[in-house]
Design a protein around this ligand. Structure first.
Ligand SMILES: Nc1ncnc2c1ncn2[C@@H]1O[C@H](COP(=O)(O)OP(=O)(O)OP(=O)(O)O)[C@@H](O)[C@H]1O
Ligand SMILES: [Mg+2]
Length: 435
């Protein structure tokens, strides 16, 4: 389980211990640098695995090189900061910029320590939104939207986003990594199958669930620390700050579509839901890219998600896909657990709004869709653009350069980035309202 990281000056030991005790009383795991030496590798590792960082703000911590480097690392990884002032420290430029905007709590305010514990507890228990990008129609831009809209969300809002490739075609993984990288990862079970069944990630001498198509393992297993499972898309090169991770996909999760043991499938679905729930405390958003046909994987995605984003083209085939999707939602998922549905027009012509789009927006298709499609439509739409056409990853180029929001060349790039950001913002506001 993840922990809160406390960055402190070694001269503030009394306050550190008091804080440690208070966290322990609430069973919040804590890590901090135990001594004077600035062991960057160890600190960085502990910071990367934390769910938040408490900054003990004091006259000495403001001047500490270790504290400054800890805060820089937290910023680079999109970790929330919870500063706590323990004396009359005078902020320098760095603290004024990075820490002061978050500073609300101090040991001199009555109940300051309790408030700090409460805020930390809230961050510890926080469950981020989960969005399933889905349409029961193929080729409408699910994978493109999963990468590019959420890449723009991340560029705008920062923080930590986890993509999960739930499509056995694993095109989302191949957007960022070459096929052999994805397959090598899957060969070690560092891939999506480890959310469903116990694998070699969980127990060294376990058999790989990918090797046994006819066996379903219902053995329970504990979630692994995320670094064993995810690929850090922002890892290489001079990447933007924050985390943008992916659990890579593989063909072998098709096995569940052929399985006939419903009791075992039910258990495996529960494993999946529990794993996703665990990682929800460690990210600010989780996104699933999904397969276009209704399968066991569809059910898993719908039960774990609190919102479905359905990209559609401006044509009747896509409309039919969305209609079926809504029908699956209504008939298969009980009302209290049913995710909200948002529909996004994708690949629309930039020059003028099509009649189809205009009709959809004014409710003409609500009857055909058998649900209020016009209400579910996002106001913003994603234009057709050459910048969104699939480009395989280039050898030697960092994975994050596949994101249009960070990389690209040629006319129309500015407009497409604006569209991606507008959609991300609209979606984020919807999530903030309902979450
Ligand atoms: N807005 C767009 N402008 C231009 N090309 C696009 C756009 N959206 C998607 N595409 C292209 O359309 C094709 C299909 O897109 P994508 O793979 O994202 O669809 P999908 O719904 O994930 O497909 P599948 O159902 O097979 O998973 C890809 O070649 C993609 O690059
Ligand atoms: Mg796809």
């Amino acid at each position: 389980m993840s922990h809160v990281y406390i960055t402190h000056s070694t001269l503030d030991l009394d306050d550190l211990l008091k804080l440690h005790e208070a966290m322990r009383a609430e069973s919040i795991p804590v890590k901090f640098a135990p001594d004077d030496d600035n062991d960057r590798d160890r600190n960085n590792r502990d910071i990367d695995d934390a769910f938040a960082m408490i900054v003990l703000v004091s006259a000495t911590s403001v001047r500490s090189k270790t504290v400054r480097q800890d805060i820089e690392r937290a910023k680079a990884r999109g970790l929330p900061l919870i500063p706590y002032q323990i004396d009359k420290a005078r902020m320098n430029g760095f603290f004024k910029q990075e820490v002061q905007p978050h500073l609300r709590l101090s040991s001199t305010t009555p109940d300051g320590l309790n408030q700090l514990v409460q805020q930390t507890l809230d961050a510890y228990k926080k469950k981020c939104p989960v969005i399933a990008v889905m349409n029961l129609k193929g080729g409408v831009g699910k994978t493109t939207v999963s990468a590019q809209v959420f890449g723009a969300w991340h560029a705008m809002a920062g923080g930590r986003i986890l993509l999960i490739d739930l499509d056995p075609q694993y095109n989302l993984t191949q957007t960022f990594y070459e096929m052999d990288v994805a397959d090598e990862s899957a060969a070690a079970d560092k891939s999506v199958i480890s959310l469903f069944e116990r694998s070699r990630l969980h127990t060294r001498n376990a058999e790989s669930p990918a090797e046994h198509w006819l066996n379903l393992s219902t053995e329970p297993f504990a979630p692994v620390a995320r670094d064993y499972l995810v690929h850090d898309i922002m890892a290489e090169g001079n990447s933007p700050p924050g985390r943008f991770d992916i659990i890579s996909g593989q063909f072998e999760i098709s096995k569940y579509a052929f399985a006939t043991d419903n009791d075992a499938l039910e258990q495996i679905k529960r494993h999946f839901l529990r794993q996703v729930d665990f990682y929800r405390s460690e990210y600010d958003l989780i996104v699933f890219d999904t397969n276009p046909n209704a399968t066991f994987l569809t059910r898993c995605a719908l039960e774990a998600a609190d919102r479905v984003l359905a990209p559609m083209h401006t044509d009747i085939y896509s409309l039919r896909g969305v209609k079926l999707l809504d029908q699956v939602l209504r008939t298969q998922i009980p009302i209290g657990k049913r995710p909200a549905l948002s529909v996004l027009f994708n690949a629309v012509s930039r020059s003028e709004q099509s009649t189809f789009e205009a009709d959809a927006r004014n409710g003409t298709f609500d009857d055909v869709a058998r649900f209020p499609l016009s209400d579910a439509l996002l106001k913003s739409a994603l234009p057709r653009s050459k910048h969104l056409a699939v480009k395989p990853p280039q050898e030697g180029q960092p994975a994050w350069k596949q994101l249009v929001i960070h990389s690209g060349r040629g006319g129309g790039l500015k407009q497409i980035r604006e569209s991606l950001k507008t959609i991300a913002l609209e979606l984020k506001e919807l999530c903030d309202e309902t979450h």
